[in-house]
Design a protein around this ligand. Structure first.
Ligand code: HAM
Length: 441
């Protein structure tokens, strides 16, 4: 049998409903904040990522899925969405119509990392980007929006970790101070950091290897090197977050794994994920639009790791799979034809109804209804047909109701409508909570 490749996974029915729910919650909240959906390709020219993410980053150095296509062009499966959205913003001259653009997208990303829990080679992100706003108000607003989403999803065990990475004015001085500090500690650093300390010294700050952490004790802090403008910006972000009651911590070692950031960089971390604690990450990248050939445009954004978010939300929201509201157990071909008509009518009315299509006996149809978790079963055989009535059994209470044949579908539509219409909405949470409180239902 051909199996999945390492580091990728299927999202099966039962889980996929939770994913749909997360997408729906995120997109409706983001749209309330003025974001518009954008769909970008999965493949781009390799150069787009190497130039924007940075040649010396782990992603570009060792994690991209890059290949020459049959025409010899170098193509990469996108490791993230920001670079593509920036390319699209520039290519379609979105700035000419309205420089302020708020865009979001949802989809798979590809990085050849070492797979482990919460870390995949094909993973999914909900990504949001804002172009054209330099104000620190926007930094705080997108963190607020992100935290609002998490609180709506009842992911309360999370905190925003924040740092400022400075700007081209103040970062070079910090980089040289850091390089000088690292030069004296080369021997104590891990192999990766020895290499990084020359080309990309900032990355040494967030190395998780204990020896490196120890060696970095007393390292210069970027917070002490910020220019007055970056300092003011960062103070304002913190002030607004405090005013909005958003819990945050300053993490002077937070540098992120992508080189395009300037000023605010942040991650949302949770204790529920084990080693892969970041459920979202982002920051400001005021220089990237210009660097990729567009006008000088400030920008900021973030991406949520959907796989990780789904893992956390599943812990408390339980089973999301949708069960039939009604299973019609029909016996004999005349009843089956009628049931077929009813099921199709009900399905188009927004009711999840099922029937047997294999001419099984009553007992095995009842078993089938049970297996599918149907809330109600309607039984229709020759005697019901002769009496002009259908029996509807509530599978939880075992109560039975007789309903006239002619008004059967109207009865079901009125009885079940509303319950089912809201299948990917807030009511999903309520249904799921009710189901957990009342497992037999
Ligand atoms: P990132 O920190 O590389 O940022 O990824 C964002 C989130 O994607 C992470 O916090 C994590 O939850 C999830 N993630 C990353 N790699 C994996 C993986 N291998 N398996 C599962 N989940 C993963 C970016 O991608 C930036 N483009 C974010 C951004 C947008 N910055 C500005 N705008």
């Amino acid at each position: 049998m051909i199996q999945l490749i390492r580091g990728v996974k299927d999202i099966l029915p039962g889980d996929a409903e939770l994913w749909q729910y997360l997408e729906h919650q995120a997109s409706s909240l983001f749209e309330d904040f003025g974001f518009k959906n954008i769909r970008i390709p999965i493949m781009e020219r390799t150069e787009l990522f190497s130039r924007s993410i940075g040649e010396q980053t782990d992603i570009v150095e060792k994690e991209m899925y890059t290949f020459a296509d049959r025409g010899g062009d170098m193509i990469t499966l996108r490791p993230e969405a920001t670079a593509s959205i920036v390319r699209s913003y520039i290519q379609h001259r979105m700035y000419a119509v309205e420089p302020v653009q708020k865009l979001y997208t949802v989809g798979p990303m590809f990085r050849r990392e070492r797979p482990q829990k919460g870390r995949y080679r094909q993973f999914y992100q909900i990504d949001a980007e804002v172009f054209g706003v330099a104000s620190p108000l926007m930094d705080s607003q997108i963190i607020f929006m992100l935290m609002t989403l998490f609180s709506r999803l009842k992911v309360t065990d999370c905190i925003a970790r924040l740092n400022s990475l400075g700007c081209p004015e103040c970062r070079p001085a910090f980089k040289s101070a850091l390089s000088a500090f690292l030069a004296a500690r080369q021997a104590s650093l891990c192999e990766d950091c020895q290499r990084r300390s020359d080309k990309n010294p900032l990355r040494v700050l967030d190395c998780k290897v204990p020896a490196c952490r120890q060696a970095m004790d007393g390292a210069p802090s970027i917070a002490d090197s910020l220019c007055p403008e970056c300092r003011r910006h960062f103070d304002a972000v913190m002030q607004h977050l405090t005013l909005m009651g958003i819990p945050f911590e300053i993490d002077k070692n937070l540098v992120r794994g992508l080189d395009y950031y300037t000023r605010t960089a942040f991650e949302i971390q949770t204790t529920l994920l084990g080693a892969q604690s970041a459920v979202a990450g982002g920051g400001r990248y005021d220089g990237l639009v210009k660097m990729l050939g567009g006008p000088d445009t400030p920008a900021i954004g973030f991406a949520i790791g959907m796989d990780r978010l789904a893992e956390i939300v599943a812990l408390h929201l339980g089973d999301f799979s949708r069960r039939p509201q009604l299973f019609i157990a029909a016996l004999g071909s005349a009843c089956q034809t009628l049931a077929f008509e009813w099921v199709n009518r009900l399905n188009t009315e927004g009711i999840y109804a099922e029937m047997d299509m294999a001419d099984r006996g009553l007992k095995s149809q009842m078993k089938q209804a049970d297996r599918q978790g149907a809330a109600h079963v309607a039984i229709i055989g020759d005697s019901e047909m002769a009496a002009g009535q259908v029996l509807i059994r509530d599978m939880a209470t075992r109560e039975q109701t007789a309903v006239p044949l002619e008004t059967f579908t109207e009865y079901i539509v009125t009885r079940f409508d509303g319950l089912v219409k809201s299948r990917i909405s807030d009511d999903f949470v309520k249904c799921s909570q009710a189901r957990r409180a009342n497992p037999e239902e």
